[in-house]
Design a protein around this ligand. Structure first.
Ligand code: SF4
Length: 535
């Protein structure tokens, strides 16, 4: 099959997405491995390769000589057309084998809008979409990632869900496979169901508890960092210096699901930096966490990295620097820190901000932006949300006022998202605003922000947020809607240019389900599809 795939590459726009020949890619003799795993990220290569989770699981599994883990990403449209025209299945990058040759096909899912891509990959692999239709010889389909904190809408398609941090569970899963492989699909699934943090729909349980890495400092890190041969979204070494967030904003699912806060030590960070530098040739380290400035030794980390790598011309960056926690003294002192985007998410006006758990005042923000200006930054990106519970017109006027004031200090890019009530947050039962309300709020912003070439406003798609809400809080009944959307050609819906709201409207109608019910407030006392998951 490899020859046939290679012959297609000259006809696709980005062949390097499919070669599997990146520096540090692992090529094993697949026939000699007891357990074979195809690790899928259901979106384009450039996004999937920017996921630290994919890199960690890939590296960790391949450390075991008896296990082979190979990668799969959603093919771009041109490759999909060629695969179908040549009657070829989707393949893993490393050995170019069909997914059916693997024991496990594992999906890491970080967006609800990727669910149709999951079905598309299964279909391109010629694996039945429904668990109930899979045969003895089909791979076990596993899913984990952010979205799996409410797995109900995916239940009919997935054989086994992993709740929480994959690297904590994956080796136990492999042990089950090593022991039970060949004894029948039912026995394997029953073995997997016995693990904590795993939910197997065939063997339902009342409660499933999230797993998380307890010894984060010594947890596996993929120092043999894959170096892609094409540009990806985050093209550098990303060192996770901290996991979890202690801020507790009422709307934030990441904050509530990825607790507790765990810190990586300075020594371990230096060790990772040294090895990845040697193994990759990358000259940029990005220090990753929800809020790097919250790391108690952040100044020491930066000082040590700068000292160690100054002569080797390596730079340090933060994917985004949260202005409320970053030390500008440090930033101005150390010129080597790349002036990457300065960001802050005020979310809303000050009065409402205080009520949603984000306790920073406008005056503090303004003074920090002033210091940033003195430190050399010229632009800040601000994130706001419209439609938060109990939002009033005055809150929106406060947003406009803040943008106007900050724009006198530096250029502003203001991105407006729509509040999405997410499972496991304090606001999980709140309603999603109507389109009319959204348009009114948007107009209020536009009318009250001053006209200036120092201000750029950007508004996220109402309908995409609407579908994220519907699926994010959805129940098992939604599986039929997701399947219909995919059958009508819905895929790559995370991308504005491919997302089609009309497919969702049609599919809801055909499934005789009322979309508005999924958007309205969930009364206290009513059960939720995610209440079987404990964090
Ligand atoms: S919004 Fe940011 S600061 Fe607030 S809980 Fe989430 S990650 Fe933490």
């Amino acid at each position: 099959m490899e020859d046939k795939i290679l012959k297609l590459l000259p006809y696709v726009s980005v062949p390097s997405r499919y070669t599997g020949k990146e520096i540090n890619a692992v090529h094993k003799d697949i026939e000699r491995c007891k357990v074979k795993i195809a690790l899928c990220y259901p979106d384009l290569y450039e996004l999937g390769m920017s996921s630290l989770g994919i890199r960690v699981i890939y590296g960790l599994l391949n450390e075991d000589k008896d296990v082979v883990c190979e990668r799969v990403f959603s093919p771009a449209g041109d490759m999909e057309v060629l695969l179908k025209a040549n009657n070829l299945p989707i393949f893993t990058l490393e050995s170019k084998r069909p997914l059916k040759d693997f024991d496990i096909v594992g999906f890491s899912i970080s967006s609800e809008l990727n669910y149709t891509n999951v079905l598309n990959i299964l279909s391109l692999a010629d694996i039945p979409l429904l668990s109930s239709e899979r045969r003895e010889q089909d791979p076990i389909i596993i899913a984990g990632g952010n979205c799996i904190f409410n797995f109900a809408p995916l239940k009919p398609f997935i054989d086994c869900f992993v709740i929480g941090e994959g690297e904590e569970i994956i080796l136990e899963l492999v042990d089950v496979l090593k022991e039970i492989k060949g004894k029948g699909r039912g026995k394997i699934l029953s073995g997997l169901a016995s693990l904590e943090g795993v939910y197997v729909p065939l063997f339902p349980v009342e409660k499933v508890k999230k797993r998380f890495v307890k010894d984060f400092d010594n947890a596996y890190f993929p120092v043999r960092w894959l170096v892609p041969l094409t540009g990806i979204v985050h093209d550098r070494v990303s060192i996770e210096i901290m996991r979890g967030c202690g801020q507790g904003c009422f709307f934030c699912q990441a904050g509530s699901c990825w607790r507790p806060v765990r810190i990586r030590s300075v020594e371990r960070i230096m060790d990772i930096a040294g090895h990845t530098y040697k193994n990759t040739g990358y000259e940029e380290f990005s220090l990753l966490s929800f809020s790097s400035g919250d790391h108690p030794q952040i100044e020491q980390i930066v000082d040590r990295l700068v000292g160690e790598f100054r002569d080797r011309k390596a730079t340090i960056s933060f994917p985004s620097i949260r202005i409320d926690t970053f030390s500008f003294q440090l930033a101005t002192k150390i010129k080597e820190i790349k002036k990457t985007g300065l960001t802050f998410a005020p979310e809303t006006g000050e009065a409402l901000r205080m009520k949603i758990g984000k306790r920073i005042k406008d005056s503090e923000l303004i003074s920090l932006v002033q210091k940033a200006r003195e430190g050399g930054w010229k632009q800040i990106k601000l994130y706001f949300m419209l439609g938060l519970p109990k939002e009033k017109d005055t809150d929106i006027l406060d947003i406009a006022k803040l943008i106007n004031e900050l724009s006198r200090i530096m250029s502003i890019k203001a991105a407006f998202n729509i509040f999405i009530p997410k499972p496991h947050t304090i606001f999980e039962r709140a309603r999603f605003i109507t389109e009319e309300e959204y348009l009114y709020k948007k107009a209020l912003v536009v009318k009250n922000v001053r006209r200036s070439n120092r201000i750029k406003l950007n508004f996220h798609s109402y309908h995409m947020s609407c579908i994220e809400t519907v699926i994010g809080r959805g129940d098992e009944a939604l599986a039929s809607v997701i399947k219909k959307v995919w059958e009508k050609g819905g895929k790559m819906e995370n991308w504005d240019e491919y997302f089609r709201f009309s497919l969702w409207e049609e599919s809801f109608r055909e499934a005789e389900l009322d979309m508005s019910l999924y958007l309205s407030e969930i009364p206290d006392g009513m059960s939720t599809p995610w209440q079987n998951i404990t964090l």
